[in-house]
Design a protein around this ligand. Sequence first.
Ligand SMILES: Nc1ncnc2c1ncn2[C@@H]1O[C@H](COP(=O)(O)OP(=O)(O)OP(=O)(O)O)[C@@H](O)[C@H]1O
Ligand SMILES: [Mg+2]
Length: 331
Amino acid sequence: MIIKSINLTNFRNHKTYHLVCNNDTTLILGENGCGKTSVLEAIYILTRGKSFRATDPDILKRGEDFYRIEIEYKSGEKITATYDQKNKTFTTLDKKSRRLPKKNRYPVVLFLPSDLNLVSGSPSRHREYFDRIFSDFNEEYSVVLSRYEKALKQRNELLKNENISFASLFSWNLLLAKYGTKLYNLRKEFTTEINKDFNGVYHSIAENDDFVELSYNTEAKDITEAKYLKILEENFKRDLMVEHTTFGVHRDDFIFMFNNCEANGSASRGETRSIILALKFIEAAIIYKKSNKKPIVLLDDVFSELDEARRKCLVRNFKDHQVIITSVEKI
Ligand SMILES: Nc1ncnc2c1ncn2[C@@H]1O[C@H](COP(=O)(O)OP(=O)(O)OP(=O)(O)O)[C@@H](O)[C@H]1O
Ligand SMILES: [Mg+2]
């Protein structure tokens, strides 16, 4: 799918905004704060279903009571999202719905300046990043993740009550064991899939033979549902004391390795940038392999962060994709 145009009304700082896109590369040029990232955010909402950085009340232009965003694809298909402070509604030719319909979802590879700091980020930042891209690899992932998170929240709520009995946690333990084991298996599978090409792609960018790898660190290694359940039950007293669940995949981390050491602390700034670039290329390739759709590539102000060689590499790699780029200066 190729985006033909975008219309925004009362979206962030935009009262009204219209952008016509090219089939290959579209450059959104403008000074800081003029609303460039907001345009990418609107595209993301209409392709993935929700913003990558905020909720609707933050997005609605201050002082206004509704926002509307509309995308028209080259195929003629149109989709609109409206938010009126109460509800968000997605409208296509044939129906209205609260969520972006599956058939209107389209894969996107998003590259934000903050992604360049991913290597040094915290475990929760790593999980947040990989949860988002794994959800793009497989619809099931986001369903399992949200069920796991709901069960975890409920169990943690109960643990705050000192009179809670061992038995009353049973149903939540069962759910955590079920979805936790699924998440472990999916995370392991997707990490392995990334690693298949990580080195090769990295070498094509960095032109040397350093060894890069994504390491999936988890306490739940080789877990089964039965083992998971047993550990949760064994931890009951400890969890009650600290008032939260101390074992599980919500504590996982994804660590970038560079020549068998943690990249954070051993890879140089340039090497770190090449690692992230390689990751983005692999993301796009895996999404294409799984969905047979070429993801739209949204590059938010990343050119200014890259040197000439890496810029060329980025352009070369995404030459068959529709690419929308924001920048403060001409590139
Ligand atoms: N709900 C809102 N209502 C009105 N203005 C908003 C709202 N949310 C954000 N803004 C403002 O909208 C402007 C556009 O933000 P955006 O992040 O899109 O800018 P940008 O062009 O990407 O800037 P930069 O080059 O600094 O990244 C900012 O000035 C921001 O403060
Ligand atoms: Mg911006």
